[in-house]
Design a protein around this ligand. Structure first.
Ligand code: ATP
Length: 362
């Protein structure tokens, strides 16, 4: 198993710089997700790794091997495209066998390998159907089977579920996780769907425009400790607060407009930031609503507010609560039968733990 590394890679199309000195290491055997807004350069990165595009500068390594100048078929890397790119006139067996036939692999070996891979993706019963006789999910699995039959070091997946409806996407996502665990192949998966990314990723890189990586980490790290306002907003929803860092016996945050001070717990805080204005993220589901102020163990911060809107989502409700002259906090409440309902105009109290307020580094 070999990791994949992009080192100081730059790529422009005409005058448009897409990647500028881009560096990325994807550990071997990882289900790695590149998540970012449309047009930030995700597909370009996959195409560079696959060899369909050539970098203007920089190198790409598979393990210790420099693959920057190799043709796509000389790299042990396969791609599952968004539109699957299957041959409509061939049946499932022949679609999957195609690459092996081109390589003039022995007939018996082809049959053996196709049958094995059909069983891996649970398509045994569809072997002799043509592509247009398959459902969207089955077509997606043929594309996967065709990509894994060569046992690549790396499998690139470019929004492979985009053509599927929501229910099917959820099912195929689970199948993909199980497949990757079974094969132990490195998967590099691109999406702009943050929920999908959180579900599948061992590690994820959050990209901003022009290929800038904002943060790399496990899903829980990205969600619970976002480093920048972009990450906090792009992955999940959040309340962005502003405040000032002050050094007393310990570091304290004074939150603007709330009249609240709380301990600043981030390990990266350095003396230079004394007096700095910073942004903070507080996830809406970390806030608890109370009718009256009741001290809860572990909850240090209490503030009075008034409900300005209620948005019902079935499994949850979003309350927008005015807590200062010009500050509104969003609060998510999971729908549970024993929870009290609140209405527009209700006065209430919000409380949260200091440790759930994340200091952002931008
Ligand atoms: P999406 O999520 O919408 O697929 P993406 O993050 O994958 O977006 P890319 O497809 O990598 O983004 O495109 C990044 C930028 O590069 C875009 O502005 C796009 O217009 C431009 N681009 C990509 N390929 C080419 C090309 N062959 N010629 C010119 N510009 C290109």
């Amino acid at each position: 198993m070999r990791d994949i590394r992009l080192v100081n890679v730059s790529k422009a199309f005409g005058k448009e710089a897409i990647l500028n000195n881009y560096n990325l290491t994807v550990p071997a055997g990882n289900f790695f997700v590149l998540l970012g807004p449309s047009g930030c350069g995700k597909t370009t990165i996959l195409r560079l790794i696959a060899g369909f595009e050539k970098a203007d500068r920089g190198k790409i390594f598979l393990g210790e091997q420099d693959i920057s100048d190799l043709a796509p078929n000389e790299r042990n890397i396969n791609t599952v495209f968004q539109n699957y790119a299957l041959f409509p006139h061939l049946n499932v067996f022949d679609n999957i066998a195609y690459g092996l036939k081109v390589k003039r692999v022995d007939q018996d070996e082809i049959a053996e390998r196709v049958i094995k891979v059909l069983s891996t993706v649970h398509l045994e019963k569809q072997t002799y159907k043509t592509i247009d006789q398959l459902s969207g999910g089955q077509q997606q699995r043929v594309a996967l089977a065709r990509a894994i039959i060569n046992e690549p070091d790396v499998l690139l997946l470019d929004e492979p579920l985009a053509a599927l409806d929501l229910k099917l996407r959820e099912k195929v996502l689970v199948e993909l996780i199980e497949l990757q665990e079974k094969l132990k192949t490195t998967f590099i998966y691109i999406t702009h769907d943050q929920d999908e990314a959180l579900v599948v990723a061992d590690k994820m890189a959050i990209m901003n425009y022009q290929g800038q990586i904002e943060q790399i980490g496990g899903p829980d790290e990205i969600y619970d400790r976002p480093r920048t306002a972009f990450v906090a907003n792009f992955v999940g929803q959040t309340n962005l607060l502003k405040g000032t860092l002050v050094m007393t016996d310990n570091w304290i945050v004074q939150l603007d407009r709330l009249g609240l001070a709380m301990p600043a717990l981030e390990s990266w805080i350095k003396p230079e930031v004394q007096g700095h204005k910073l942004k903070f993220s507080l996830r809406p589901e970390k806030i608890i609503i109370q009718r009256e102020q009741v001290n809860l163990q572990g909850y240090e911060n209490y503030i009075a507010g008034q409900v300005v809107s209620v948005i019902y989502h079935g499994k949850s409700t979003i309350y927008r609560v005015q807590v200062g002259m010009d500050l509104i906090l969003q609060v998510f409440e999971q729908s549970r039968s024993n929870l009290e309902e609140f209405f527009v105009g209700d006065s209430l109290w919000l409380c949260w733990r200091s440790k759930d307020v994340v200091l952002l580094q931008d």
